[in-house]
Design a protein around this ligand. Structure first.
Ligand code: ATP
Ligand code: MG
Length: 572
């Protein structure tokens, strides 16, 4: 059985249903986004789960926009959600629905509950309703309007629908139990008045169903079998069941799992909207955002996101997944697929003194050592090059093996070079290295068998193209930006989350790259071409560094502490 088919508590429930023929062997799930924001990596988990389960059991998964709150919902979000789902690779064919398609049916169901004496129009103010509801320790109190006759309720509900009340003047409530231990069962509101036009139903409605009243009935109308949602809804399940039982319609099974939380970011649409509106990021698709659109622009692949969701799995226990787990999957993916090229982000000029002035050689370079079929390309080599400034030290410490005065290193796919001279500006900054190459080492090996300890990447100064690089760090400098109750999460936005480097120098091979093309800049990181690239200038987003910097930092942080302890021990 492949990994993605491994069992979990949800498949166990479905298997049991299939054994008892509860849904006659049918499996039909749905993914129900509210179009009030862009999808994020947490939604991806729900998407992979719902579509994945349908696939696994040969069932179906609907896309349903849960558009019951016209005050916060927009067409832009519907379009973005659709695009993101397609990009993730899921199919719903013609099964795209809107909760608003069911407004007439939901209205009829509400009328039915009034008729059987299980719903009433309440005219308490919103503050009074809150006050009467009680608390976790105190039972609620019944509204004075609770025992109105059915006929009066029918007339008042009709008046609500017809616009005879202002917002906040009346609501329709289910008549359940004001002393229930579960606050959700204390006569929950079913309909409220909202004098806001709806993107799909226009001015038709002045009243809109609450999520709890709309959701289960929508599931029922669509003949969903398993209505999978996050743990916050566990306490709503009795209400989900109550509505379906009392309206007496087909009854799906609600199942709750723990939502995904990710370190160094936030996954609440309310908070993500603030990041966009208050200008902390450049938009919903900013590559620092944990949105699907942001991850796509960052260079993530659908398969990396899907594998991450599979690895995280489903459970009932709340927790926070470390960001490096997500990064691990994109690294794995890009390692197999991304074309290697050489690029220099922080250039240091190198002049090969003994190389003929006008000579240019085309060096053969491997496109992807993980994929032979990717073939090779030619990289021009000439007298004046750029190497990475970090790859040279004038006075290197013991473990620095790269270039230094008098030292020989390999230039990848080219020659061994030795640093002969260091040129500085008036302030003492190194501005140029004078080197000598050994013509016998073409291709990167010496006929006498001598070895070098480092291989550096480089570009030919006259051939390299200039581009812009956007280097991203985590959006938040804290692992858990929401944990400090005395501070706003925006206080933890990382001021260094974006560094723009312009220009960087890239080998000419990438000249014809297009938005979305992914590369590994050798020895640096994976990059993707951004959509803001123009014919004159490419813009590269750094997707992820080559190695797990985070783990390395953890290790480094751990080491000195241990040594210190050991040194102290004999004294104490
Ligand atoms: P809101 O507070 O606006 O309702 P939401 O995050 O619940 O936000 P929805 O659009 O209602 O957003 O979510 C669609 C589906 O995705 C729901 O079934 C929800 O349970 C699921 N979902 C949302 N966030 C996560 C998450 N972090 N992990 C797993 N599933 C999630
Ligand atoms: Mg929700």
């Amino acid at each position: 059985m492949p990994d993605d088919n491994s069992s979990n508590f949800i498949t166990d429930i479905i298997d049991a249903h299939n054994d008892s023929a509860r849904f006659a062997g049918r499996v039909h799930t749905r993914f129900p986004p509210e179009p009030n924001g862009y999808l994020h990596i947490g939604h991806a988990k729900s998407i992979c789960l719902n579509f994945g389960i349908a696939e696994r059991y040969g069932g179906l998964c609907n896309l349903r926009f849960d558009d019951t709150n016209p005050a916060k919902e927009e067409q832009e979000y519907i379009d973005a959600i659709t695009e993101d789902l397609r990009w993730l690779g899921y199919q719903w064919h013609d099964r795209v629905y809107f909760a608003s398609d069911y407004f007439d049916q939901l209205y009829d169901m509400a009328v039915e509950l009034i008729r059987i004496g299980r719903a009433y129009v309440d005219e308490l103010t919103p503050e009074q309703i809150r006050e009467y509801r009680g608390s976790l320790t105190e039972p609620g109190r019944e509204s004075p309007y609770r025992n109105r006759p059915v006929e009066e309720n029918l007339a008042l509900f009709e008046k609500m629908r017809a616009g005879g009340f202002q917002e906040g003047e009346a609501v329709l409530r289910a008549k359940i139990d004001m002393s229930s231990g579960n606050i959700n069962m204390r006569d929950p509101v079913m309909y409220r008045i909202l004098d806001t036009p709806h993107p799909r139903t226009g001015d038709k409605w002045k009243i809109y169903p609450m999520y709890d009243f709309a959701h289960g009935q929508s599931d029922s109308i669509e003949a969903i079998t398993h209505s999978i949602c996050t743990l916050e809804y566990e306490d709503h399940r009795p209400l989900y069941d109550w509505y379906l039982d009392n309206i007496e319609i087909y009854h799906p099974q609600q199942i709750e799992f723990a939502r995904l939380n990710l370190s160094h970011t936030v996954l609440s649409k309310r908070k993500l909207i603030r990041l966009v509106e208050e200008g902390y990021v450049r938009g919903w698709d900013d590559p620092r955002m944990p949105t699907i659109a942001g991850l796509r622009r960052r260079g993530y692949t659908p398969s990396a996101i899907r594998r991450f969701c599979e690895e995280v799995g489903v459970g009932k226990v709340k927790g926070v997944v470390a960001l490096h787990k997500l990064e691990y999957h994109i690294r794995q993916d890009l390692n197999k697929t991304a074309l290697r090229v050489m690029a220099v982000i922080n250039p240091l000029k190198v002049v090969i003194e003994n190389y003929p002035d006008d000579q240019v050689e085309q060096m053969e370079a491997i496109n992807n050592p993980e994929d032979e079929s990717a073939g090779t390309r030619r990289v021009p080599f000439s007298k004046v090059l750029y190497i990475e400034r970090d790859d040279f030290m004038e006075d290197p410490p013991r473990k620095f093996f790269r270039l230094a005065p008098g030292r020989e290193v390999r230039l990848r796919y080219a020659y061994f070079i030795t640093c002969k001279d260091v040129i500085k500006d008036a302030d003492g900054n190194v501005v140029e290295l004078r080197c000598a190459y050994d013509p016998e080492t073409r291709g990167g090996a010496a006929p006498d068998g001598r070895r070098v300890k480092a291989t550096l990447h480089w570009v030919s100064a006259q051939h390299a193209i200039k581009a812009e690089a956007r280097l991203y760090e985590t959006l938040f400098s804290e692992e858990y930006p929401e944990n400090d109750r005395d501070k706003d999460f925006t206080d933890f936005v990382n001021p260094d989350s974006l560094t723009v480097v312009d220009p960087i120098y890239v080998e000419p091979h990438v000249k014809s790259a297009r938005a979305g093309d992914r590369f590994q800049f050798e020895r640096l990181a994976y990059f993707v071409v951004d959509e803001e690239s123009t014919a004159e200038k490419l813009v590269f987003n750094r997707t992820v560094t080559l190695r797990d910097q985070w783990r390395k930092a953890q290790k480094r942080a751990g080491k000195p502490a241990k040594r210190r302890r050991r040194r102290k021990a004999p004294q104490g």
